[in-house]
Design a protein around this ligand. Sequence first.
Ligand SMILES: CC(C)(COP(=O)(O)OP(=O)(O)OC[C@H]1O[C@@H](n2cnc3c(N)ncnc32)[C@H](O)[C@@H]1OP(=O)(O)O)[C@@H](O)C(=O)NCCC(=O)NCCS
Length: 164
Amino acid sequence: MQIVLLTRDHDRAGFDCGVSELNRFLKATARQHNYKGISRTFVLVDDENPKVILGFFTLAICEVNIKDVPAAFAKKYPPQHGLPAVRLARLAVSVKERGKRYGEALLGEAVHRTATIAEQAGLIGLFVDAKNEGAKQFYEKYGFINTEGRPRQLFLPVETLLQL
Ligand SMILES: CC(C)(COP(=O)(O)OP(=O)(O)OC[C@H]1O[C@@H](n2cnc3c(N)ncnc32)[C@H](O)[C@@H]1OP(=O)(O)O)[C@@H](O)C(=O)NCCC(=O)NCCS
């Protein structure tokens, strides 16, 4: 198994995670965004069949408002500035491959890559908008916390992600 940058060699059309918006993003947008530097999409593939996408995630740099940061963490940041962060813009596993801890492996890689950005450029944490209650529970297992503002927006503070 490896997690690599999405390229034109991967079978994007063959991927189905059961959520059409996520399938469409992978098929139509992700590679263009990689090329243009808007975001980065990485795919999980098997060494035996490296074209088949088992799952993917997308990371993007963002700027958040102090109101997006949970109160316990907001205290230490200057309120008048936008704050640097990374957004886990997408994460999905193929419907055929669920329950094999591929979601966990992809999230681990996303956290690891975000930690590298934190070390090199600085950021306050990793944000994600959970698609539904199940996805929210999935993220909470790994230490993501509610941001209080938007209902399903979750936050993994930089202190936590550097430990993981
Ligand atoms: C959410 C998703 C990525 C999980 O992938 P997965 O490979 O099936 O999950 P894993 O096998 O890595 O599961 C790891 C743990 O999370 C739990 N988990 C997985 N999906 C869950 C869900 N929907 N609700 C609650 N817990 C969940 C598993 O039970 C497992 O828990 P355990 O440690 O107690 O055994 C996958 O279901 C998916 O792609 N869903 C559709 C797209 C989506 O909703 N993406 C999130 C976008 S915000």
